[in-house]
Design a protein. Structure first.
Length: 142
């Protein structure tokens, strides 16, 4: 992906994260059990599958640091589903939405791992309602 496209993708992701943070298009989770990415919402095995998918499908256009730091912190308090929706409807660039749903979710598990989120005993669900119940949150030291 060329530098201008990377810039555009970065701006689009940050804009979407900002819209989500202010509640635009977000569903209410008040009546649901809300968890955060600090609650161990994926497994190490799932993150490893996500790493393999990232290497095979994403690494040619997106370096790993693209999924860490301030860009990812813009997703704070947004549901994990929102990142899933962006990735699954826009990537890979040459064939958006072409991967199995499980592959996209596994890559999100990998993204959580590289951002220092703790693993847990159960895999991150592929279900939209479950992904909406998990909010991005960082520990004070990250």
């Amino acid at each position: 992906m060329s530098a201008p496209r990377n810039r555009f993708a970065t701006i689009a992701l940050v804009a979407l994260a900002g819209a989500v943070a202010f509640g635009v298009g977000a569903e209410s989770t008040a009546a649901q059990e809300v968890r955060t990415t600090l609650d161990g919402v994926y497994t190490d095995e799932q993150a490893e599958r996500g790493r393999a998918t990232y290497v095979r499908t994403c690494s040619q256009c997106h370096t790993l640091d693209w999924y860490t730091g301030d860009l990812m912190k813009a997703w704070a308090e947004a549901p994990v589903f929102n990142l899933f929706e962006v990735i699954s409807t826009t990537m890979p660039e040459d064939n958006p939405g072409s991967l199995p749903r499980r592959d996209y979710v596994d890559m999100i598990a990998y993204i959580l791992k590289v951002n220092g989120m703790p693993p847990g005993d159960a895999e991150l669900s592929t279900g939209a309602s479950r992904l909406r119940q998990i909010l991005f949150r960082w520990s004070a030291g990250s």
